[in-house]
Structure formats: C-alpha cells, structure tokens
Design a protein around this ligand. Sequence first.
Ligand SMILES: *Cc1c(COP(=O)(O)O)cnc(C)c1O
Length: 398
Amino acid sequence: MPEPLSKVAESQLAELRTSGLYRTLRILTGEQLPRSVIDGKSVINLSSNNYLGLTTHPKLKAAAKEAIDRYGVGSGAVRTIIGTMEIHEELEAKLAHFKHTPAVVVLQSGFTANAAVLGPILDDGDLVISDALNHASIIDGVRLTKAARKVYKHNDMDDLERVLEETKAQNYRLVLIVTDGVFSMDGDIALLPRIVELAQAYGAATMVDDAHASGVLGDHGRGTVSHYKLDGQWDIQVGTLSKAIGSVGGYVACADSVRRLMEHRARPFLFSTSHPPSVTATCIAAIDLLESDEGQQLIDRLWSNTRFFKQGLTDLGFNTGISETPITPVIVGEGARAMQFSDRLFQAGVFAQGIAFPTVARDKGRVRTIVSAAHTEAELSEALTIFEHVGREMGLIG
Ligand SMILES: *Cc1c(COP(=O)(O)O)cnc(C)c1O
C-alpha cells in the first residue's frame, strides 16, 4: 500500500524543521510601502522588489479602476481563443517600442515567461548554456524541454568560453546562452558585452532574464541590454512587470518570428488565461510613467538611495559582497546566524530577509536588502542606525 498523503507531507515538513529551513509566512497589513506593517509591527521595509514605489502610485491605481469599469475584471479566455483584448495588444506594442525590439509577448508572470519562450525554441539536438546562479524559473523552463544543458561558473566568461569550445565538436542545431541580467542574491550584473562577443564567435543565440533590471537599469529602466548599449545585438530579453513595474506579469522581447512561434507553441500562452484588463492597464500606465521625466527621476532617486545605503553599510564595516545594484546583501557567514540577524533587525524595526543554504553557499548566509526610490533618506539613516546597533550586539562589526 502506498502511504497516505498526510504522512508524506508531514515527513517532508519534519525534514525541513530538522534542517532549520522551516518557516512561516510574514503577513503584510495594508499597502506595500517603504515603511510597512509586517506581522503587526511597523518596520522599515528593505525586502520588497517594489523598486520605484509603483505598487501604490495614484496614476497606476486610477488606470486599474478605469479599466475595470470599461472592460470588467477578467479576460475570460486564453490568448489563443478569445482572451486577447485590444488592451493586451496595446501593452505589447508599447513594450516593443519601449524595449526597441520588433515584438513582445506578455505572459501571466516573469516565472511563466521563461517557460513560455524556452519551450517553443528548444528541442532535442539543441544546447542551453546557463549561468550557475540563474533563477529557478529559467532552470524549470529548461527542464521542460528536450535540450541538452551545460552550466558555466557564475559570471565567469572564461568558463563560458570553455563550454562553447566544447560545442565545436558537436552538431547542435541551436546553442542558447542564458543568464539573469541582475543576479538576485548578490546584486551583480551579467557581463553581456563579453557574452555577445562569445555568442558571435561561436554562433550561439543569447537570452537574458531582466527581472531585477526591468525599471532599474538602462535608459528609463529599459534593462541590461540598454544599460550596455547592445540594442539590436541581443536575441531574447525576458522582463517582469511584477517588480519595479509594480503590478504582475512577464514579457518576452524578441524577433517577430519568435513571437509568432510563441503564439503557436508557448504552453502558458495557449493554456492559461490572459491578464485581467486592470493588470494590463496598470502596466501600460507604468510604462508611460517610466518613459516620462517622472520615471527617470524615480530611477535616479532609486540609484542615489542605493549609493547612500550601500556606502552606509560599508562604512559601518559590513561585507556587502560584489553588489552593483539596489540589491545589497549583508553577508554574515553561517546560515543560522543570518536568520538570527534578520530576526533581531526585525525586533529593532527593520525587515531584511535572511537567506541561508541551499539558496546561497553554506558560508555565505546573509540578510538581503533592497532599497526603493520611495525610501526617504531619514528612513535609510534610521535603518543604518539599527544595522549598526544589532551588528555590534551580535559582534558582526567592530
Ligand atoms: C522574480 C524573478 C522572476 C519571476 O518574476 P515574476 O514576475 O515574479 O514571476 C523571474 N526571473 C528572475 C531572475 C527573477 O528575479
């Protein structure tokens, strides 16, 4: 006889508890703000991906409400049947213009977007070459295909070249190099210019997942390809509408042929309902905002807050690793210590997520901070004072 479900679930939960990985969800009361009420306690929020504070922007809220009045609350079908509303096409045209690419396909989430594009383009006889620290949704997206896979050391271009060199002896149809644009644990940026050179030399195609770069890096937040001025030289850019854009969704910016192929073969496009019109309208308003002076000012503010906070942490003697972006880890070593650091910070009034093995290496436990454009300098100074006190108490800094 097989085991009852409850026993199977409970035994896995017991394993999580033994290894110290069991956790409960923190609950947010009210809006996602720079200072939020989390588990009933008002704290400075350094854990949200709401980089530009758009989750509560009045223009975006108004756009969502208006769309509900005009189009209702749901699209009623998948894209390929009758779930493609004019407003969906409008967002895609706007994003293609914004990204300077021939076409864009919008999906339900960034997670879904990776599977949606990888499935149709990859098959038996193809090879994916993936950065060792790529996001789970890329890994899962690749797993759903029959392509062979190889991994290169994180952001190590010599290692990428070594893997590409090995492909010469093989007869792959397509070789696709895939990387995150900004890496979510360390906040470092992928080396796209070198990847382009190598891709050209070895005939490979290129894909970047810009979830943490969308609305953050590049001209008006166009992403890493824009940041490096590589427009027209990169094959596939995945973006998210769930982080800096403030709503939910993902998109694939690509050639027209890739878009047409996705319309026929991308399983989340064919078999999962499209966004409610309010989400789509919110994203349209967000892209309009990004392209305006206000948008660029918010991005500038995000980066000045980033510099201020990062400098503050390093001045205090914390190890912020190799971060180049608003994602700033404070690396403390052992995982249990990172969790304890996060708990003490919370008690003292700052929410910064603790992250331990297996998400990061055993000796690289950390709390991860993300500032936003919406934080005031007073809030960030207060957060630094709290980091200083707790860091001293725990002997993390001198
Ligand atoms: C957050 C993230 C995603 C998922 O995006 P959602 O829109 O939240 O589904 C995908 N890729 C990377 C690199 C991410 O950081």
